[in-house]
Design a protein around this ligand. Structure first.
Ligand code: IPM
Ligand code: MG
Length: 381
């Protein structure tokens, strides 16, 4: 084995031990009510990102107009998180963009293109993944609701560990041997489990389900599961159970059983996969928003990618803005604007599921995202 392999392994272990120290010394959740001005950064991203982000930004500015006027909230548009800029900088997030991001408290972020091998772009790390790690956004909350089928799920996807923690630092030991790493820490598992149970408790939910593959991935998933079990003991009124990811994926299509799940907590990669499946029942990833929560920062985004094909075909203005509008509902809730969040959520339900007078098809056969956003605004009471 060559020296460099050992060095790479050492570097990864050191980085992770340092991350643990940072988690241990981290301050508690920021209290927005103590801030003179809450700064909301808006990043359009690329692909269909700018088109759909612009609309949710417009809706939020309208809803929060009074607070903006009073100087309590400030919106800041941050350009530069495009694939062209990221490729030119050779970084997932260019330094100047990151500096601007760090001056904000809350972010609304459009999808960003993730380069993969074979693309015209350098194979840099995903901007999503980099931002989640850089801002320590450890909890990815992804709700899925299908009221007509009794589905009301909240996924707590661990967002900084698992296969993603060093996903871009795998090692080609020899031409024949490639090794990636998956990581679980006590602190990282505890904080996501605690948030999931705390959420269930506050929202009057009665069940939390952990999803792992601890029968095979024994060390890391085993740690995650054990910690979930420990945290569950502090909540005797909430029933706790655990499933393996394979059967859980099957159970989500079991119409008799699936409505019984309520809050799910799971490592990063399983959360990535299961939430795309779950969103499909609600109308697809285009309808699903998410919150990435950390102690100092929070970022709200769609759960889907940047759909470069739509842009190449000139269809970006027909992209569905619902995912970003749903993310905006979560943003409003998160900053304490619960009434406004409810109003926007209600308007979205009317437009997406009940009245459906303006319909998005993704092509010129349907409405533009601006027309749809106007429709949603017209339903806000
Ligand atoms: C998501 C996306 C990202 C992820 C991609 C774009 C890197 O699929 O937010 O679920 O894998 O986390
Ligand atoms: Mg995903």
């Amino acid at each position: 084995m060559n020296e460099n392999t050992i060095k790479s392994f050492e570097k990864i272990i050191e980085m992770q031990l340092k991350r643990i120290e940072n988690m241990k010394s981290q301050a508690d959740f920021i209290d927005y009510s103590t801030l003179p001005t809450l700064i909301i950064g808006v990043l359009g991203g690329d692909g269909i990102g700018p088109a759909i982000t612009k609309e949710s930004h417009r809706v939020l500015e309208t809803l929060l107009a009074d607070k903006v006027k009073a100087g309590k909230i400030e919106f800041r548009v941050i350009d530069g998180l495009t694939i062209e800029n990221r490729a030119a900088a050779g970084k997932a997030i260019p330094d100047d963009v990151l500096a601007e991001i760090k001056e904000c408290h809350v972010l609304l972020k459009g999808p960003t293109t993730t380069p993969r091998a074979g693309d015209p772009w350098p194979n840099i790390e995903s901007a999503n993944v980099a931002m989640r790690k850089e801002l320590d956004l450890f909890a990815n909350m992804r709700p899925v609701k299908v009221p007509s089928q009794g589905i009301d799920w909240m996924f707590f996807r661990e967002n900084t560990e698992g296969g993603y923690a060093v996903g871009s630092l795998g090692v080609n030991v020899t031409d024949d041997l490639a090794i990636d790493f998956t990581i679980a820490t006590t602190q990282g598992s505890e904080r996501i489990a605690e948030l999931a149970f705390d959420y269930a408790n506050r929202m009057g939910r009665t069940r939390v389900t952990a999803v792992t593959k601890a029968n095979v991935i024994k060390t890391t998933d085993g740690k995650f599961l054990n910690i979930c079990k420990e945290v569950a003991k502090k909540y005797p009124d909430i029933s706790f159970d655990d499933w393996y990811i394979d059967i859980m994926t099957a159970k989500l299509v079991d119409e008799k059983r699936r409505r019984d799940f309520q809050v799910m907590v799971l490592p990063n990669l399983y959360g990535d996969i299961l939430t795309d499946e779950a969103a499909e029942f609600q109308g697809g990833v285009g309808t699903a928003g998410s919150a990435n929560i950390g102690k100092r920062y929070a970022m709200f985004e769609a759960i889907h990618g940047s759909a470069p094909r739509m842009v190449a075909e000139g269809r970006d203005k027909y992209a569905d803005p619902c995912s970003m509008l749903r993310a905006s509902v979560m943003l409003l809730e998160h900053i304490g604007e619960v009434e406004l969040a409810k109003k926007l959520e209600r308007a979205l339900d009317i437009c997406m599921y009940e009245e459906k007078k303006v319909v998005i098809t993704g092509r010129d056969t349907g409405a533009t995202c601006a027309e749809f956003a106007d429709y949603v605004m017209s339903k806000i009471q």
